[in-house]
Design a protein around this ligand. Structure first.
Ligand code: TYD
Ligand code: MG
Length: 433
């Protein structure tokens, strides 16, 4: 397959058939660079394989020994798979991978860590601090992808880590590492190595707050698994989430706590969240979220502050801003609570992200609780808020109730199975009416 478009924007990957002095897609003022017509580069070896034998490869997973990571991967590392680990700088990607390498090494597996961002000494020092001392981890500090490929071909480790894909490059491409063509070609060569040798590959990709166009985004379609490590800037919580997984379920989360000895697994997130929960202040409530197949009790916080600004600030973390805005509008229209002239902050504690509309009612009640400065106490809330001010029941209620029972949270507000509840009624039941 060839494409005719042969001019490329190095910052966003836009392609054009003709040269331009700027990028019409991302607005970058760097001129497009000429590239040779490309062939689809990640070509699998032309082997015909019986479907029955092919299926056994994915079942031979290598267990890392890190339960949260194995769960997010769908049961361990699949040989020959390519994994992209994205996350903001400093979130803990290198730390997680070093500890993961330690887990594998302790189980007798070999790991090759190619580090282009840190020196071998720096990595070794951190390994000592983290107690990663088992033999079986090899380090190579180099930014030339072909050197990494050669080293991995020779040593055939179980896992090859490349930290980071933005810091490595290939000699034939003149542009500096980090640009789209370098990132793509480097990844293509490493993925080809993984597919032909059965070495599992993890590529580290930095994401910037703006979304990091030249980084991991351009690789998502090339790899088998896309993981993101996200964190709560205020606390040590880290969430590892699968956004894509050819060998398992997506939107499975693993949870970690960053401490002085690196990351530790959080096996009972509900317990951890509830321990730090100050339920006696206004603007907080618990929502029983469904993550993958399990239920996790997460705290939703809101702060509503009056302002004279004509465009009051709205800061929303861990939730879909459009849904929060809708809840704000419904509160105004159907519960008589105008918030349009107030600053609004809504936050899911712990760096957790909620994609379910089922948390609408929890958002509505925390907003009202903060606006009225009335605490709700130890209360759990769920339900989807509709435009007409009705609150509907949501799926997997039994699973949520079970988790609330386990954690001893008996006060709950949620619509029953049949008739939807009115938002105004929910406010009254929460002591906010
Ligand atoms: P790092 O893994 O280098 O992040 P990334 O590779 O994603 O850029 O993690 C760096 C941060 O983690 C740094 O702010 C310090 C913190 N940290 C700890 O709190 N405890 C530890 O034991 C380690 C190794 C790092
Ligand atoms: Mg790093």
């Amino acid at each position: 397959m060839t494409t005719n478009a042969s001019f490329l924007c190095e910052s966003c990957g836009y392609r054009s058939p003709k040269w331009m002095g700027f990028c019409p897609q991302c607005g970058s003022s760097t001129p497009l660079t000429e590239t040779a017509p490309t062939r689809a580069r990640v070509s699998s070896p032309p082997l015909v394989v019986g479907i029955d034998t092919a299926a056994t490869t994915t079942s031979q997973r290598v267990v890392t020994g890190w339960g949260e990571v194995d769960r997010v991967l769908g049961g361990g590392l699949v040989p020959g798979s390519a994994i992209l680990l994205g996350g903001e700088p400093g979130v803990g990607k290198s730390t997680l991978l070093l500890q993961l390498a330690g887990g594998l090494a302790a189980r007798g597996e070999r790991v090759l860590m190619a580090t282009a961002e840190e020196s071998v000494d720096q990595v070794a020092l951190r390994a000592t601090r983290l107690g990663v001392t088992a033999p079986g981890i090899d380090l190579i500090a180099v930014d030339d992808v072909d050197v990494v490929v050669e080293a991995a071909e020779r040593s055939r480790p179980t896992l090859l880590v490349v930290d980071s894909i933005q810091a490595v490059g290939v000699g034939e491409i003149p542009s500096a590492p980090g640009g789209v063509s370098q990132v793509r070609e480097s990844a293509a060569r490493l993925i080809r190595l993984a597919k032909t040798t059965g070495v599992s590959l993890v590529l580290v990709g930095h994401v910037t707050k703006e979304g990091g166009l030249a980084g991991p985004k351009v690789l998502e379609h090339m790899v088998d698994v896309v993981l993101y490590l996200e964190g709560d800037p205020d606390r040590g919580f880290r969430v590892l989430r699968s956004n894509k997984n050819r060998f398992g379920a997506t939107h499975v989360s693993g949870m970690f706590d960053m401490g002085s000895a690196g990351l530790s697994e959080v096996e009972d997130p509900s317990k951890l969240f509830l321990e730090g929960w100050e339920s006696e202040v206004a603007g907080t409530v618990v929502y029983p979220a469904i993550e993958g197949r399990r239920c996790v009790l997460v705290e939703i916080q809101a702060l509503v502050a009056p302002t004279t600004q004509t465009q009051p600030r709205r800061s929303i973390r861990g939730l879909d801003p459009a849904r929060v805005n809708q809840v704000v509008a419904v509160l105004h229209r159907h519960a008589g609570l105008p918030l349009h002239d107030a600053e609004i902050y809504v936050n899911v504690v712990g760096g957790w992200r909620l994609d379910e509309p089922g948390c609408d009612l929890a958002v509505a009640l925390t907003l009202a609780s903060s606006a009225l400065n009335l605490p709700m106490g130890r209360l759990a809330v769920w339900g989807e808020v509709g435009l007409a001010g009705e609150v509907r029941s949501i799926p997997m209620e039994a699973r949520r109730v079970e988790e609330l029972d386990r954690m001893g949270l008996q006060r709950r507000i949620a619509p029953g199975g049949g008739e939807p509840m009115r938002l105004a009624e929910a406010l009254i039941r929460a002591g906010l009416g």
